[in-house]
Design a protein around this ligand. Sequence first.
Ligand code: SF4
Length: 334
Amino acid sequence: MFEQFLKKYNLPKYRRVQLYTEYYKNLISSWEELTTWPLQLREQLEKEVPFSSLTFVSSTQSKHGDSIKVLFKTPKNNYIESVLIKERERNTVCVSCMSGCPVGCIFCASGQMGLNETLSSKQILDQILYFARYLKRFNERVSNIVYMGMGEPLLNLESVSHSILDITDMDKMGISKRRVTLSTSGYVQQLRSFIDMKLGVKLAISLHSPNQKLRDSLMPTVSKENSLIDLFNVLDEYTRETNKRITYEYVLLRGINDSIEHAKELANLLKNRIALVNLINYNENECLPFKKSKNTPLFKTILEERGITCTIRKSLGEDIKGACGQLAVNKPPC
Ligand code: SF4
């Protein structure tokens, strides 16, 4: 985003270094603070390059202070939310790549909004920089990034991949690739393109069902055009090439996908695959009919008895509707 400006004024390399250092590493909060640049050049930059592409609207902190949700407005007057999750030494930012989501998974609040806008790479990055500047006040840093907020990252692959390059570039934010996770509902063709980019970040799949029929009913838009067979063909190829473990997210919905049979079926599906299952307790939403499962520990035991590594995601931020599947800019989807 700065390249055009640097090129236009034919600025020497050291100006780029100064800009990157102040903007990405020292985390200045306005162009005025770019004091390593002469005033005239700084003023020119201010005229041509907006410091942030998002306007802060409000923030909400959870009771225990373990998560902060921020509402931003885009120049097109759409709203997005991002969440900072604080857990021991980890500061994870959950970013949105769209306002709303076109995929419409029936249990997800963001999905009920439909798509308002896909975000640019700068808009994705600005969510992370906002929290990086916030944490700087406490001498802390953003340690992990998850693309798990509003929107389907693989349907905005260009912006998402550019933002990943900025985040992981050692001259820019310099966050380790191992600490960045992209989560997708499973668009096969786009997944192949993403894998071919070899960005080196972690991959998570929103699975939520151990068979095609149930997945068709919970995630109809993505599932009907991207079968589980095709999805696993690509994922198996990815594992063969990288030997990397894939995380499978599974939100447990009472009476829908949380039975003993479902657990056994899931174990069977993932048998002989390098997999981690991340079980998610559903965060109930007053406008959606789904309920939190009572079978979570049993489901986990069944998977583990069959050799599947499994964790239960600690649900942070439920009281601020900042937990998984709850991002819907406080507008109930009903
Ligand atoms: S679960 Fe993910 S892909 Fe599905 S509607 Fe929600 S945000 Fe979109």
